[in-house]
Write a new protein. Structure first.
Length: 223
């Protein structure tokens, strides 16, 4: 089934490095379509925000994992390689919460990535569940999580880092003090409860994560 996405790009002819964005379990929102797309474009990246739900008639997957999203990520990568203004050798994958889980699954060493012709060059996972992965990644990976996250706890990511065998590419974990789940979502300045978990914007953690992501992308994509 075809799915839709929203494409943003910097001014100019390129070719530009690119980032594929995967939304959280509640679906594609303004955070990915607008805030993150503008931010990444301002850094010089083409952005493809993938909508995994609308054409499939899915409202949310907050009570289950949705494995098709790994294929969505690689489908988006394949689409980007057809665009003349994209440097297909420099594409990163970024996701949030359930999208972050899909990121880790997509670039886990020897898993789905091993079957794919096109490869991502780097990955960023915002507050994923680290219990879904061995921690051994095929590409350099950055994991960003809040210390106060009660949905995808930082403790699971620390355990993942401890059990890593050292195979594959470097993995960096950054834990932001006092930050809950969805700490980069500016529309959540007033905290909310969602599926029994607390979500709230944290300006300090958000800004630090933007800087950390920017540096990481520059180092891994050479831009």
């Amino acid at each position: 089934m075809p799915i839709q996405g929203f494409l943003g790009r910097p001014a100019g002819d390129g070719p530009f490095p690119a980032v594929v964005l995967l939304h959280g379990c509640a679906g594609l929102g303004l955070r990915e379509r607008e805030a993150w797309s503008r931010r990444l474009s301002s850094w010089g990246y083409v952005v493809l925000a993938v909508d995994s739900f609308t054409t499939r008639g899915i409202r949310h997957t907050c009570n289950r994992l949705f494995s098709a999203r790994v294929n969505d990520a690689y489908g988006a990568l394949e689409f980007l390689t057809t665009l003349g203004f994209v440097d297909s050798r420099r594409v990163a994958l970024m996701g949030f919460s359930a999208g972050g889980i899909a990121v880790l699954q997509a670039v886990q060493l020897g898993a789905a990535e091993a079957r794919m012709k096109q490869k991502f060059q780097a990955a960023i996972a915002y507050y994923p569940s680290c219990s879904v992965t061995s921690g051994e990644m095929a590409v350099p990976t950055l994991i960003l999580v809040g210390e106060r996250d009660d949905w995808t706890p930082a403790s699971a990511c620390r355990k993942m880092m401890e059990r890593r065998s050292g195979k594959g590419s470097p993995v960096k974990l950054i834990v932001y003090p006092d930050a809950p789940h969805a700490f980069d979502a500016e529309n959540l300045k007033t905290g909310i409860s969602s599926f029994g978990h607390f979500l709230q914007y944290n300006e300090l953690a958000a800004n630090r994560s933007f800087q950390d992501s920017h540096v990481f992308l520059s180092e891994t994509l050479g831009h």
